[in-house]
Design a protein around this ligand. Structure first.
Ligand code: RP5
Ligand code: MG
Ligand code: MG
Length: 282
């Protein structure tokens, strides 16, 4: 990903702040943009939240940029980012807005995304084939409460949490509503799918073109594929939307699929990977 589109132009969501226009050729920080006058916006709602940083300049806030800072990972998957006058700089470029917007962390905000997949099957159990003779891959998508878009059931990594564990926890919360389960039920559920989750493969790590990004705060993720080849484990589950998800279902991965942020790129990578394994096995 060498540019961003969804976090440029228009009104910053859940605010009345207009992003300063950034044409394609002015995204890069290495290109001069003399007239660039981005609005400064940090949502009042994040102040004092346990998951949010203090303001830059607060005497009690001494962040270590570009590294693991206590329990908070302030390193980027995109390499070393610049810190200009105390403010981390978006590694992709300008977004038309400075401040943190609705994001809690200055610099990278780390998320984890589970891509849970199975082959689409006919009633007789055979794998369904598309018009170009390829098996159809499906993944678990949730409908986001904030934008109404279909998305991976991902979420933020908690301080100190392992990223893969965050991906599995978010899947439980958003796609099977683990909030309705007791702690015993939750760990029994994890044990039941242990072999699937421990065989997860990393399919993407890096920047996410998320509408919340600003010049000083942005989303990054690690996406894992948990693939149920026979459709008998997670593939046979009953799904229940939970937390901030307002819907959940199995969605066919097609090349023209449209999803939240950079998620279509991620699921298309998973499709490529799963199809290449099928070809090897034949
Ligand atoms: C996206 O936002 C990530 O890829 C992840 O899916 C999600 C995390 O944010 P929340 O779902 O917690 O809002 O950028
Ligand atoms: Mg969540
Ligand atoms: Mg989420």
């Amino acid at each position: 990903i060498s540019t961003h589109i969804k976090c440029r132009g228009g009104t910053y969501p859940r605010s009345s702040i207009e992003r300063f226009p950034v044409p394609d050729d002015k995204v890069s920080w290495s290109t001069d943009y003399m007239d660039y006058k981005p609005a400064n916006f940090t949502s009042p709602g994040i102040h004092g939240k346990p998951w949010a940083d203090p303001e830059i300049g607060d005497p009690n806030f001494k962040p270590s940029w570009n590294k693991i800072d206590g329990k908070v990972n302030r390193a980027s998957h995109m390499g070393t980012y610049n810190v200009v006058d105390g403010y981390p700089q978006n590694p992709i470029g300008r977004t038309g807005i400075i401040g943190r917007g609705v994001l809690g962390r200055w610099g990278p905000n780390h998320a984890a995304d589970p891509v849970v997949t199975r082959w689409k099957r006919l009633n007789n159990g055979d794998v369904e084939i598309d018009s170009s003779n390829k098996p159809i891959l499906q993944f678990v998508a949730i409908k986001r409460g904030d934008t109404g878009e279909w998305a991976l059931p991902g979420g933020m990594v908690d301080p100190g949490e392992k990223v893969a564990a965050a991906a599995i926890r978010e899947f439980q919360e958003e796609a099977v509503n683990s909030f309705a389960m007791s702690n015993e039920e939750k760990s029994a559920w994890l044990d039941r799918f242990n072999s699937l989750f421990s065989a997860g493969e990393t399919v993407y790590e890096g920047y996410v073109d998320d509408w919340r990004n600003t010049d000083n705060a942005w989303m990054e993720t690690i996406a894992y594929n948990f693939h149920d080849e026979n459709g008998t484990t997670v593939g046979a589950l009953k799904l229940h939307a939970g937390d901030d998800a307002v819907g959940v279902r199995w969605v066919d991965i097609t090349p023209d699929i449209q999803l939240y942020a950079s998620h279509e790129g991620i699921v298309n990578e998973v499709l490529k990977k799963c199809l290449s394994k099928v070809n090897k096995d034949v």
